[in-house]
Write a new protein. Structure first.
Length: 238
């Protein structure tokens, strides 16, 4: 398809050149006939209008300029195509080396003020959350686990993931206390994860994860609900 388009473009250029040559010859013939029939005072003077050779020189220069423009335009198209191919290969390579970070909640244990009282008399103090941060390959990462009011864990970039049977993982136990009681129901702050991780080339990514804990009712109905998740590259080295 592209080759056919180039052939059509070349054919159009050749037609333009041929038409320009024919037009030049016709114009030169008309001027010659006029100079042969008009009085001397009305003749086209070579000092002003130039000779036939001057006209053909101008025509050849114009055609050369057209070819130079076409050559430069073709080179720019090739360069754009090469840049596009390079970008596609770069994106493919980044996808291949980029670690896949996941956060999973494995358990939600409840801590009560009066363990042996009736359910309606017990008061919930906090919940213990077991979170697993996993990756499909070894990588360096920094993480921050926090709520709106306090930082629970914060670690600088390091190779802290442990190699398991199929994945690299990090297990964290988090205690989240009840912030307040509203209409007799416990209220927990949202739990937020901010993970900066780095691939083998040093490119940096940001994984954010946010959980809330709605209280439905009764002594055993504390759940967790994901309200936000995002994963993006924030710094590319090369």
């Amino acid at each position: 398809m592209e080759e056919k388009k180039d052939k059509n473009q070349l054919r159009e250029i050749l037609f333009i050149i041929v038409y320009a040559l024919i037009a030049t010859v016709i114009l030169a013939s008309i001027i010659l006939l006029i100079n042969c029939s008009w009085p001397k005072q009305n003749l086209f003077k070579a000092e002003i209008w130039g000779t036939i050779s001057d006209w053909f020189t101008y025509l050849v220069t114009l055609i050369g300029g057209v070819f130079i423009y076409i050559t430069l335009d073709s080179q720019m198209k090739v360069q754009k195509d090469q840049t596009r191919i390079f970008k596609m290969e770069e994106l493919k390579y980044i996808r291949e080396i980029r670690p896949n970070i996941q956060i999973r909640i494995f358990s939600l244990n409840k801590n009560w003020e009066q363990l042996y009282c009736a359910p309606e008399d017990r008061k919930l103090l906090s919940i213990d959350i077991t979170a697993l941060i996993s990756s499909d390959r070894e990588c360096k990462l920094a993480y921050k686990i926090y709520t709106e009011s306090k930082i629970i864990f914060e670690v600088s970039p390091s190779n802290i993931l442990t190699e398991g049977e199929t994945k690299y993982y990090l297990r964290k136990r988090i205690n989240l206390g009840v912030k307040e009681y509203t209409n007799g129901k416990p209220h927990f702050e949202k739990l937020m994860f901010r993970i900066n991780y780095f691939d083998c080339d040093g490119n940096e990514y940001l994984h954010t994860y946010e959980l809330e804990f709605p209280y439905i009712g009764g002594s055993s109905y504390i759940q967790h609900k994901r309200v936000h998740m995002d994963d993006k590259m924030i710094k590319q080295l090369f």
